[in-house]
Write a protein that binds this ligand. Sequence first.
Ligand code: AR6
Length: 167
Amino acid sequence: MERIEIFKGDITTLKVDAIVNAANKTLLGGAGVDGAIHRVAGKELLAECHTLNGCNTGEAKITKAYNLPCKFVIHTVGPIWYGGKNFEEDLLTSCYKKSLELAVNNNIETIAFPNISTGVYGFPKNKAAVIAISEIKKFLCNNKSIKKIIFATFDEENFKIYQHNLA
Ligand code: AR6
């Protein structure tokens, strides 16, 4: 538990080894946290993303962070919520798992996650938080190289949900 933290605010301000981006399959930018990350990182991030050939839902890819204060950006594509019968929960679990595997393989020790899929993609916020927290706790039990995982909440509702679920 001491390796898990909640932060409320803009993930692009965090000086961690990696921040995770809630991207779309093109990896070529968008609104929400994706837009904020590309705005701060600058055009070089978009140029590197152009070389990646997109990313499937539930998968993750890593880039440098350019003008961001972190070292890497891990881009993952969350599921669009269609009511829960299209493997949305498994795909969201996979986003956290694949992002953490990439982090470990790149010697990342500190990492911040946004609340993947809970904005434009419409995943129910509490359900998403329960999945994120349980996957991360499971991962930390089996991994000692990750020193800190930050849940970067942005809206008040998610902040309260994480406070409640981590209490
Ligand atoms: N820092 C941290 N969290 C943020 C920030 C920020 N600067 N801005 C928004 N959030 P969303 P999704 C929160 O919509 O649902 C994009 O267009 C926000 O409050 O960014 O996975 C992509 O290109 C919410 O809780 O991502 C995709 O097309 C969370 O980030 C699509 O949106 C996720 O909201 C992905 O949708």
